[in-house]
Design a protein around this ligand. Structure first.
Ligand SMILES: NC(=O)c1ccc[n+]([C@@H]2O[C@H](COP(=O)([O-])OP(=O)(O)OC[C@H]3O[C@@H](n4cnc5c(N)ncnc54)[C@H](OP(=O)(O)O)[C@@H]3O)[C@@H](O)[C@H]2O)c1
Length: 261
């Protein structure tokens, strides 16, 4: 559905915007000649020549049928555009659909979340917005090019994912660090422990992503098997792992709401 559509990314040279631009180009979902990028400096960086780069965000808004907003939330108020003719997709943390509509004049507004994993086409991008089926297909195609995308029921759920997309790689790193530390404290050479957790988490992530059982089913199967894994899992459950994860995510959600103001 994005065939022939002009897509613009305001903030397309930033950490997230650039990652999404990479996904659009690598997947071919937006050809370089149909892609615009705006920032304040007009600097192109390493973007291909065929991509239109401008310091004039209004020129982008006027030229593009789809406008992606990826500027820092604190700088959004300073961005003055009339995007009333465009489908606007925001990946800004904490800025509501109502505020985006009010500030840009857009009537077709989607609020989404994504992450720099988009550059590897591995992001998870939830979105919500009361838009037509055609617009929904465009959103799914663009965010799907960044990895996986899913429509969620309401805007408050975007905040849950804002708190998960950023922190989860850090949460996983924390868990891996705790395991590497366990091995190192028992005499394993730190570089071997490091290599081990990286490989083990790679394999576990791939299996979790690709194999059929849900994480809950996988845990239950292991518990039912009553082997080594079950012993470890039951001890983790007994120590209150779910409560610890809840606390970590609650803190991240609270911080998201605080940043949004
Ligand atoms: N980074 C992440 O991991 C992540 C994850 C989820 C959501 N987000 C959201 O994504 C958005 C961007 O975050 P980021 O980390 O990519 O920020 P960033 O690296 O600071 O990039 C910001 C981009 O916006 C441009 N920009 C700023 N003000 C502008 C303006 N008035 N007009 C046009 N362009 C402007 C910047 O270019 P110039 O400085 O040249 O203007 C740059 O390209 C934020 O709203 C954030 O909440 C980020």
């Amino acid at each position: 559905m994005t065939d022939g559509m002009t897509v613009g990314v305001i903030g397309g040279t930033g950490m997230l915007g650039r990652s999404m631009v990479t996904a659009f180009l690598d997947s071919g979902v937006v050809p370089p000649g149909a892609l615009w990028v705006a920032n304040r400096s007009g600097a192109r960086g390493d973007l291909p020549e065929a991509v239109q780069v401008t310091a004039d965000a209004q020129a982008l808004a006027a030229a593009c049928e789809v406008v992606i907003l990826s500027v820092p939330p604190a700088l959004f108020e300073a961005l003055r555009i009339d995007a009333s003719g465009a489908l606007v997709i925001s990946v800004m943390a904490g800025v509501s659909r109502a505020r985006i509509a009010e500030h840009t004049g857009a009537t077709r507004v989607v609020r989404a979340m994504s992450s720099p994993a988009a550059a590897r086409r591995l992001a998870f991008s939830p979105w919500c917005g009361e838009v037509s089926t055609d617009d929904g297909t465009r959103v799914t195609e663009l965010l799907g090019a960044c990895g996986k995308a899913a429509e969620v029921a309401d805007e408050s759920q975007i905040e849950i994912f804002t708190a998960m997309t950023g922190p989860v790689p850090g949460f996983v790193a924390q868990f891996a660090a705790a395991m590497a530390d366990y091995a190192a404290r028992r005499g394993v050479a730190p570089e071997v422990a490091d290599m081990a957790v990286r490989q083990l988490f790679l394999a576990s992530g791939e299996m979790l992503a690709q194999e059929a059982p849900t994480p809950q089913q996988h845990v239950q199967e292991m518990v039912d098997y009553a082997g080594t894994t079950a012993a470890g899992l039951l001890a983790l459950q007994d120590a209150g792992l779910q409560g610890v994860v809840d606390r970590g995510l609650d803190a991240a959600v609270a911080r998201t709401r605080e940043i949004a103001g």
